[in-house]
Write a protein that binds this ligand. Structure first.
Ligand SMILES: Nc1ncnc2c1ncn2[C@@H]1O[C@H](COP(=O)(O)OP(=O)(O)O)[C@@H](O)[C@H]1O
Ligand SMILES: CC(=O)OP(=O)(O)O
Ligand SMILES: [Mg+2]
Length: 405
């Protein structure tokens, strides 16, 4: 059967098509800058063994007004008579959607019906950058693949195992009981995927792991025995680590000051913290590759931003080693975690106390797949594991629909 995975963001769509149960990706891609006159589609094909080693890549720039136009283009690519991988949209059996916020309603993967959609909609206020885009992706996929079963995989689901003392805020009880104000945590699909890979690599199902997801959004999780015990994002995907454009941890009195004394409205504050802060606020740049370039050109703001970014990670490593009562491995993943050796070096420096010793040469090597970058005698392993949220989403869809055999 064919499982099509959609990760719909505010201005982008990532997708991947899998043949199941072979778990074989057939194609994947990224639609960027939706809503701009020069949107791009990058489409990669993995039809043969040769393409699995070196995929054929098609890239196009075109005008895409909205997500529907973007997904329609993807369907043309999938069904293209010359290069397509299917003949008809009806060959897609399941569409698996990444949905960022599932609140307390969804601790597991769920078949999407009208009630589920209403709940995802109700949660818009809690993840304003993400859930509306995820919802649009669902509605468009329902129109384009009417025969397929639509399934939601929630970023929050993996963190539903947090103990109450970790997920509650010290606020009046009614705000939790009546308004659901608590830690939810995000990037759960990625944390779960890399934690499972790490535990399998270590041959230790009860391993104490700290997983560090560094993409545009960044978060860490303390994982033991495959269960998330704590995580750095909270009620929304805004707290914790420094991110591309999000502030991460911030004393709430700053927000009170901005609103009370400087006249910020709720909307302005939300824009500031979600879209104008983080690395962008510190350096004027949000893409880590651009910040690396600025650093190499001697920009002192880039140097400070790197230090601050890595220092925040180090503080959470310390905290989570305490949560886990020890540590077997630290795992770096996602765009920055997998590629940026300087971030990893700064984040692991002066950590001998915790038994973390990075091997500088191994850290610099660019090797695909899971790799170990600690010194031989390091007590704690330091691993780089490429995340694959799309594969994890497809896996969870297949488990839910019992199509693994
Ligand atoms: N080679 C690289 N070196 C440093 N950073 C990189 C590299 N490749 C990608 N990145 C960074 O990864 C981030 C995007 O990560 P990704 O996991 O794709 O995020 P998201 O899924 O949130 O869009 C960007 O900040 C980008 O600069
Ligand atoms: C939840 C979240 O922050 O997701 P992303 O990193 O894709 O923005
Ligand atoms: Mg991501």
């Amino acid at each position: 059967m064919n499982i099509f995975v959609v990760n719909s963001g505010s201005s982008s769509i990532k997708y991947q098509l899998f043949r199941w149960p072979a778990r074989q990706p057939i194609c994947s891609g990224l639609v960027e800058r939706i809503g701009h006159p020069n949107a791009t589609i990058t489409h990669r094909l993995f039809r043969t063994e040769a393409e699995q080693a070196a995929p054929t890549e098609q890239k196009r720039t075109l005008e895409l007004l909205d997500h529907e136009a973007g997904l329609r283009e993807v369907v043309y690519l999938l069904t293209d008579p010359a290069e397509g991988v299917i003949q008809d949209p009806a060959e897609i059996d399941v569409v698996g959607h990444r949905v960022v916020h599932g609140g307390e309603s969804f601790a597991a993967t769920t078949i999407i019906d009208e009630e589920v959609k209403a709940e995802i909609r109700r949660l818009f206020a809690l993840a304003p950058l993400h859930n509306p885009a995820n919802f649009v992706g669902i509605e468009v996929a329902e129109r384009l693949f009417p025969q397929a079963r639509q399934v939601a995989v929630f970023d929050t689901a993996f963190h539903q195992t947090l103990p109450e003392y970790a997920f509650r805020y010290a606020l009046p009880d009614a705000l939790y009981q009546e308004q659901g104000i608590r830690v939810y945590g995000f990037h759960g699909t990625s944390h779960k995927y890399v934690a499972e890979q790490a535990a399998a690599y270590l041959g230790h199902s009860d391993a104490r792991l700290i997983t560090i997801h560094l993409g545009n959004g960044c978060s860490m999780a303390a994982v033991r025995g495959g269960q998330s015990l704590d995580t750095s994002m909270g009620f929304g995907p805004l707290t914790g680590l420094v991110m591309g454009t999000r502030s991460g941890d911030l004393d709430t009195s700053v927000a009170l000051h901005l609103m009370g004394q400087l006249g910020y409205t709720v909307e302005q504050l939300s824009t500031l913290l979600n879209k104008e802060s983080g690395m962008l606020g510190l350096t004027g740049l949000s893409d880590m590759r651009d910040i690396t370039r600025a650093l190499e050109q001697g920009d002192p703001r880039a140097a400070l931003a790197y230090e601050l970014y890595a220092y925040r990670i180090r503080k959470y490593i310390g905290a989570y080693a305490a949560v886990l009562n020890g540590l077997d491995a630290v795992v770096f993943t996602a765009g920055v975690g997998e590629n940026d050796a300087l971030v990893r070096r700064l984040a692991c420096q002066n950590m001998e106390f915790f038994g973390l010793q990075l091997d500088a040469a191994k850290n610099q090597q660019r090797v695909p797949g899971l790799r170990e970058i600690n010194e031989k005698n390091s007590q704690v392993k330091i691993l780089v594991i490429p995340t694959n949220e799309e594969l994890e989403i497809a896996t969870q869809c297949a488990e839910l629909l019992q199509v693994n055999s």
